[in-house]
Design a protein around this ligand. Sequence first.
Ligand SMILES: Nc1ncnc2c1ncn2[C@@H]1O[C@H](COP(=O)(O)OP(=O)(O)OP(=O)(O)O)[C@@H](O)[C@H]1O
Ligand SMILES: [Mg+2]
Length: 477
Amino acid sequence: MAGAWRGSLRARLMVGVVLLAAGGMVAVNAVSLIGLRLNLVDVADATLTRARDTVQDRVRHQTAPFDEADLNTLIPDGVYIALVDDRGRVVARTPGRDLDGQPRSRPDLPTPVPDGFAAHTRTVSARGAPVPRYRALSFPIDRPATVRRAPGTAPQPFSRVVVAKSLQPAEDVVYWLIGADAAATLGALGGIVLLSRGVLRVGLRPLRDMAATATAIADGDVDQRIEVARPCSEVGEVGTALNRAFDERQRSEEQLRQFVANASHELRTPLTTIRGWAQLHLHGLAQDPELIERAMQRIEGEAARMHATVEELLLLARLDLGRPLAGEPVDLGTITDEAVTDARVRDPGTPITAEVQGEVFARGDEDRLRQVLQNLLSNALRHTPPGTPVSVAARPLPGGTVELTVTDRGPGMAPDIAHRIFERFYRGDESRAPAAGGAGLGLSIVQSIAEAHNGTVTVRTAPGEGSTFTVTLPAAR
Ligand SMILES: Nc1ncnc2c1ncn2[C@@H]1O[C@H](COP(=O)(O)OP(=O)(O)OP(=O)(O)O)[C@@H](O)[C@H]1O
Ligand SMILES: [Mg+2]
C-alpha cells in the first residue's frame, strides 16, 4: 500500500507541487531579505554622510577644544566617532559606555589608521566579533582642531575623523525576518500539502473511475462505459478515447460472432445433406444403383461447395490480417481477355464483350486480381436472366490509377440491397436465383482484395438499369 502510494501519480504530483512551491518561496524570501539588507546598509551609509556634514559643521564653528566625554553629543547617538591625528593614532573616541552607562560595542579600527582608510563607506568588523558589523567612513576635517581627553589635560590636535554605524540593528531585523519567513514558509507548505492532497484526490477521481470501469468491462460487463463529465479536459479526452475503444471492441466482437454464426450456418446445410445421403446408404435404404450414384454425386457436390466456402473464408481471414500482397505489375488487359474467354465458354448463350484501352497495368497480385474479375463476372452472369449482355472494360485513368469495370444490363438492384451487397454472407433477392447457391462472400472478397491493393470497389445500379461494378487500383507504370 505504502509502495503503491509512493509510486502513484498523486504522490508524484504532490511532491512536485510541494518542491516547486518550496523552491519558489525560498527564492522570493532570499531575494527580499538580500534586498532588505542592502537597503539597510544604504540607510546606514546615509546616516554616516549626514554625520560627516554635522562634524565638519561643528569643527568649522569650534572655538574651544572638544571634550572626549562630549563626543556622545557631537553627532546623533548611535554613530561611533573616532578622532585621528596626523600619524593615524586615535586621540579620542566615543566613550565605551553610553549615556545610560551601558557598555557599547565599537568597530575594530586598524592601528595606526592608514591614510586612505574608509575614504568611501565600507564594512568593518566589530571588536571581538568575527562578522562585519559596522559601516565606517573616514574624512579629513576642514580646519585644524583639538580635543581634550579629560578636563585639565592638554588638548591634542586631530586631522581626521572616522564615523561608524553599527549594522547590528539591521542584521537583527534580517535575522528576525529569516526566522519569521522560515516559519511562514513551513506553515504555507504544510497548507499546500493538505490542500493539494484534497485537490489531487478530487482531480484524479475520474482516472480511478476509468480504471474501475475498464476492470468491470474486462470482467465481462461489456456494456459499461466511462462517464465523461467534461469531454474537453485531458481526462475527458482519455475517457472519450477509451469509450470509443470499448465500442470498437464490442462492435468487432459482435461482427466476429455474426461471422462465425453465418459461417456455421453456411456449412451446416451441405453437411446435413451429406449426412442424409450417407445415412440413407448406411441403413441399406438405397439399394438402387441409380440412387447410390445420385447419393455419391450429391455428396461430392456438397463437399465441393463446402470446400469453396472454406477456401473463401480462409482467403478473407488472410486478407483481414493485412499482410502485404505481391506487388508485381499485372497486365489487366490479358487477364480481362482470358476471363471473358472463359466466361464465354461457360455461358455460350450470353453476349460478353471485352474492351481494353491501351496498356493497362496494375501493381498487385495477379491471382487475386483474376479472382476479382471472376467474382464480378460470375455475379453478372448468375444474378441476371440468361442472355443478359455483359461487358468488361479495363482502362488507365489520369493520376496513376487504372480502372476495371464489369457492367450488365440485368435487373439491377434496389438501393437498400445495393447498400449491403459488400457485407459478408449477404445475399440479395435469393428467389431471383434459386439455383445459384453462393455463400454471399464474392463481393466482400472483391472489396478486401481491392483494399489490400490500396484500391476501391464501387457499384452503380438502379432497378431496371443493370449494374456497373468499378474497381480502381494503383497503376504499375
Ligand atoms: N450483377 C449483379 N446484379 C444483380 N445483383 C447482384 C449482382 N452482383 C451481386 N448482386 C447481389 O449481391 C449479392 C451479393 O453478391 P456476392 O457476390 O457477395 O454473393 P453471391 O454471389 O450471392 O455468393 P458468392 O459470390 O459467395 O458465391 C448477391 O447475392 C446478389 O443479390
Ligand atoms: Mg457472387
